[in-house]
Each structure stands twice: as structure tokens, then as C-alpha cells.
Design a protein around this ligand. Structure first.
Ligand SMILES: C[S@@+](CC[C@H](N)C(=O)[O-])C[C@H]1O[C@@H](n2cnc3c(N)ncnc32)[C@H](O)[C@@H]1O
Length: 295
């Protein structure tokens, strides 16, 4: 069996909840084709079988190591530059940043342009890191530990008005129905939105063999970027996200989509003048800056 065929079968079995079979197939792929990707997949399944799945952002180490290396460096440099430019145009009113993480995109932009920001981040660990960084830099950023869904449902923010709502690589964490509700709320509470998102493959279930092979080829390239220093990036972030694409239920961590899906979601929520431009040709998929106006 080719390494891709074995991995695809393992991913499909994982998605179907057949964990022991998924592990056997991944271990077979790793034994037949020893390479970083097959070995990482087998190690991931050994962990899941032993300890269960964990949310990829619950422990910050994997994501923090992932984001601080490889092509993420030029990707974030460009993202923060585009964010600074958007802040310059919209800073008259407060800015809302959904899924701020530890502020990797936001904080460099705020070093260029000062603005009042409400930063919403559900991971306690990342929200704490963000609070510490904001306090150290003396920035006008209020950090709220919450999901976007809970923010829009809370009476505190019912009459809030923002100039710009930013979400860099964060709305992909929301299931589609929740995303539609959040975008609808944003249309009524912000003048404009700015998203950074990837032009991802179509990940709608069931994922075809062709798309699965394409995803595996992209992840082989991604894992290779961390070859010199793979941990905790590979086990703590890349593998949970890769396997999450194939988990239809609660283990799915990410709902990315092609660029056309993002622009269609914005139009469906009532946004106008949807503009896109390329940010960076990242290994997973080309990253885009997407802006739209509420009226
Ligand atoms: C890929 S990270 C991007 C973080 C940051 N915006 C950046 O560009 O570095 C995705 C972020 O979305 C957050 N997130 C996950 N689910 C969310 C939700 N339901 N509402 C808001 N943020 C969410 C995660 O905790 C994580 O910080």
C-alpha cells in the first residue's frame, strides 16, 4: 500500500471512530514508509487511543511553537502589516478582534497604529498570555475570555458599536451555523470586517480521495518545515488539526473553506463591497486578506 493510501484509510477510520483500526493502519504506513508524516500520524493515534483527543488550543505549547517558526514568520509579518493598514482607516471607533490568540497578529499592528481594542479569546492560557503582553506594552486592549458565540449572546455587548471587526485565522474555528450567526451580529455592530483566512481545499464531508491526497501532500510539506525541531508543533498542533479535518463530530477543530466560501458567507450575512487580496503563498494554502463593509 502507498503511504498516502494507508494514511487516508487511517484518517477515514479515525473519522468513523474506529480508533484501533486507524492506529493499526497508521503504524503499518509508518513501518512500510518511515517518514516524518507517517510516523507523526501513528504517534498521534497512539496518544488518542491512550489518552483521548484534546482541543488544539487548550494547551498553548503546540500552537505557540507552530506559529513562531517556518512560513508563519513571513505570513504573520504580512498579516500584521495589513491589519495595521486597516486599523489606520477605522480607529475612530473601538476595534473588535475575535479569536486574538496571544496577539501575534494584533500586537505588532498596534505598535504601528494606536487603537482601542476589545480582544476576545476563549483559551484561558492564550488570553492570559495576551493580558500579560498587553499590560507590558501599555496598550488600550481589553481582553475578554469568551468565544465569539458567547460574546454575541451576552447582553453586555448588545448595543456595542465597533469601527472594525478583525478575525485573523479565527473564524475558521467556528462551525458554519455559528459563523453565520456571528457574521450577522457583526454586520449590525461593526462598520467593516477584515478577515485573514486561507483559500483552503473544500473540506466538506465526505472528503474525496483526491482531496485527501492533496491534504496529505500539503501536510507533508508543513511537517517538513519543522523537521529540525518538530516538537511540540507536530504532535501538539499539526496532527490534531490534520485528523480534525476527517472527524465529522465533536473532534473536528476547524471549518476552513475555499476563498469563494468566505466571500459568499460575508455576502449572505449582508456585507457589501467584499474585497480580497493575497497575503502570502503559505504551505497549507494561499492566505488572503478579506475586507467587507456593513453598509
Ligand atoms: C489560528 S488561531 C489565530 C489566533 C490569532 N488571531 C492570530 O492570528 O494569531 C485561532 C484562534 O481562534 C480562537 N478560537 C477558537 N474558537 C473560537 C471561538 N468559538 N470564538 C472565538 N475565537 C475562537 C482560538 O482559541 C485561537 O486563539
Amino acid at each position: 500500500m502507498s503511504p498516502d493510501a494507508g494514511l487516508i484509510e487511517a484518517l477515514r477510520c479515525f473519522g468513523a471512530g474506529e480508533l484501533p483500526r486507524a492506529l493499526t493502519l497508521a503504524e503499518q504506513a509508518a513501518a512500510d514508509h518511515p517518514e516524518p508524516l507517517t510516523q507523526a500520524a501513528a504517534a498521534h493515534l497512539r496518544r488518542v487511543v491512550g489518552q483521548g483527543s484534546a482541543d488544539v488550543y487548550a494547551s498553548p505549547e503546540g500552537f505557540a511553537a507552530f506559529i513562531a517558526a517556518g512560513s508563519n514568520l513571513p505570513l504573520y509579518q504580512q498579516t500584521s502589516a495589513d491589519l495595521a493598514e486597516a486599523l489606520r482607516r477605522h480607529r475612530a471607533l473601538p476595534v473588535l478582534d475575535l479569536g486574538t490568540g496571544d496577539g501575534r497578529a494584533l500586537l505588532p499592528a498596534l505598535r504601528e497604529v494606536s487603537a482601542r481594542v476589545l480582544a476576545v479569546e476563549p483559551s484561558a492560557a492564550l488570553a492570559n498570555d495576551l493580558r500579560t503582553a498587553v499590560a507590558k506594552a501599555g496598550l488600550a486592549v481589553e481582553v475578554v475570555e469568551a468565544t465569539a458565540q458567547s460574546l454575541i449572546g451576552h447582553t453586555n455587548w448588545r448595543s456595542a458599536r465597533f469601527g472594525l471587526c478583525v478575525a485573523t485565522f479565527a473564524l475558521q474555528s467556528l462551525p458554519r451555523p455559528d459563523r453565520a450567526q456571528v457574521l450577522g451580529w457583526l454586520r449590525d455592530h461593526c462598520r467593516s470586517v477584515a478577515l485573514a483566512e486561507f483559500n483552503a481545499p473544500d473540506l466538506t464531508a465526505p472528503i474525496s480521495d483526491g482531496i485527501a491526497r492533496d491534504i496529505i501532500a500539503r501536510y507533508r510539506q508543513g511537517v517538513a518545515e519543522y523537521a529540525a525541531d518538530p516538537e511540540p508543533t507536530v504532535s501538539g498542533f499539526l496532527m490534531p488539526v490534520l485528523f480534525g479535518y476527517f472527524a465529522a463530530g465533536r473532534e473536528r477543530t476547524n471549518w476552513e473553506q475555499p476563498l469563494a466560501g468566505w466571500t459568499a458567507d460575508l455576502r449572505a450575512a449582508g456585507f457589501r463591497r467584499v474585497r480580497t487580496r493575497s497575503l502570502y503563498p503559505y504551505w497549507w494554502a494561499e492566505a488572503f486578506w478579506i475586507e467587507a463593509d456593513a453598509s
